[in-house]
Design a protein around this ligand. Structure first.
Ligand SMILES: Nc1ccn([C@@H]2O[C@H](COP(=O)(O)OP(=O)(O)OP(=O)(O)O)[C@@H](O)[C@H]2O)c(=O)n1
Ligand SMILES: C[C@](O)(CO)[C@H](O)COP(=O)(O)O
Length: 400
């Protein structure tokens, strides 16, 4: 079985960050910097080693279910200690990470793991997009004391991040073989790997994977946590919403008359639709679609044709009832779509007015309402102009 391990180095003193404790033990959100770093690796690897300073044993012991190892005087020495502690185990790949990059996005880690399937080493980075200057210090070498003495070519340059991933045996051997006297103090594990001739693939880094280095980085990390919490809340709200769909179908036959009511609009015609109510076939189909979405019966159940009081009733009464019931149950109309099937009258010239009428009855934006028409190619009862049929679909949404 492939065994992935993570070595999280946390043995530095965090002198640049300041604070009463080294930065990895300081608070970030409602926990500590180190706890964020460990939590993100937990589901992605089989084993986690936290390398701490010998003086920080008490702080490190508060991290549960990790192997604790005392680190060294340099980052490289701390990494080496972490790797040595894993030697006896059957580890295939190892991810070496700075505790100070506490908010590394999971995709950055999985990007490295994915790359390790085909490469012996991989590490995330961001391409340099700013111009590069050479500054010469005038006084004490702080930012405000430099004068630009030249520019440097930025092409092909990257900002290195962690986790840096390796086949375990290869990076352990590389660390053991690395001679700081010959190669200089290694900036990171990629430098160690390269000194051993290991090719390293660059994977996608992230601006969110910054290293907490200076005091201001804490404020940046807190802001990122707040942003993520808001995003999580939104995602949760979206996953909690409930969407329901319903369809409706209705038919009314033609009889004597000089107009038809369609979707709330009186359309002049050579005949009229017959029915117990005003026979607005489109509005009936839509009303039934809403009842259907709610699983609350149909128009006939709420307004029985056997009851005289509904004789000649205007159909907006039915539609208002259906949308009112939806709201009582906590739903809003997401959108609806009504299709009228007839040869005549022509619906196109009236469809915008019909949309507006339905939208007004339901008290929704007109963009949520569609009214369209089709003929049945002179086939069937609609083709013979014996009546008009209508189909409707309604989508309702409830936010939890
Ligand atoms: N002897 C060391 C030095 C550094 N690190 C770790 O390497 C990471 C990157 O180092 P850096 O950000 O430079 O941390 P510090 O060395 O703690 O910071 P500073 O240089 O400001 O003291 C950190 O997670 C740090 O804890 C380590 O494990 N052992
Ligand atoms: C390994 C590293 O995170 C790559 O960017 C970085 O070099 C470690 O931090 P340091 O400040 O250089 O010790």
């Amino acid at each position: 079985m492939t065994k992935h391990a993570a070595v999280i180095v946390a043995a530095g003193r965090g002198t640049r960050a300041g604070g009463a404790l080294p930065k990895q033990w300081q608070s970030l959100g409602n926990t500590r910097v180190i706890d964020h770093a460990v939590a993100i690796f937990r589901p992605l690897v089989d084993e986690i080693v936290v390398v701490h300073h010998p003086d920080d044993r008490a702080q490190a012991q508060q991290v549960e279910n990790v192997k604790l190892v005392a680190g060294g005087a340099t980052r490289a020495a701390s990494v080496r200690a972490g790797l040595e502690a894993l030697e006896a185990q059957d580890i295939e790949t190892v991810l070496i990470h700075d505790a100070a990059r506490a908010l590394v996005p999971a995709e950055v880690i999985t990007g490295v793991l994915e790359a390790l399937r085909s490469h012996r080493a991989a590490a995330p980075a961001l391409m340099i997009t700013d111009a590069l200057w050479l500054g010469t210090a005038q006084n004490n070498g702080k930012t405000g004391d430099h004068i630009v003495a030249g520019t440097r070519d930025r092409s092909g340059l990257f900002r290195a991040q962690t986790p840096q991933g390796f086949h375990f045996a290869a990076i352990l051997a590389a660390h053991r073989a690395y001679e700081a006297e010959t190669h200089g103090e290694a900036a990171d594990d990629v430098a160690v790997a390269r000194a051993a001739g290991i090719e390293v693939l660059i994977t996608e880094g992230s601006e969110e994977n910054f290293k907490i280095t200076h005091p201001a980085d804490f404020a940046r990390a807190e802001a990122l946590l707040r942003e993520r919490a808001q995003q999580d809340k939104k995602t949760q709200e979206n996953t909690q919403m409930e969407i329901r769909l319903g369809n409706g179908y209705d038919v009314h036959r033609f009889g004597e008359g000089d107009h038809v009511w369609l979707c709330g609009i009186k359309v002049p015609h050579t005949r009229s639709l017959q029915g117990h109510s005003d026979a607005d076939v489109g509005m009936h189909a839509l009303t039934d679609a809403i009842y259907g979405a709610l699983a609350r019966g149909d128009i006939g159940q709420h307004f029985p044709p056997s009851e005289a009081r509904w004789k000649g009733a205007e159909s907006h009464i039915f539609l208002r009832h259906a949308i009112g019931l939806a709201r009582e149950m906590g739903y809003e109309l997401m959108n609806c779509d009504v299709t009228l099937v007839c040869e005549r009258p022509k619906v196109g010239p009236h469809s915008q007015e019909m949309r507006a009428a339905l939208a007004a009855i339901m008290n929704v934006d007109v963009d949520k309402v569609s009214v369209k028409a089709t003929t049945s190619e002179r086939l069937g009862f609609t083709g013979r102009e014996e009546g008009i049929a209508s189909l409707a679909t309604a989508a309702l949404i409830k936010q939890a």
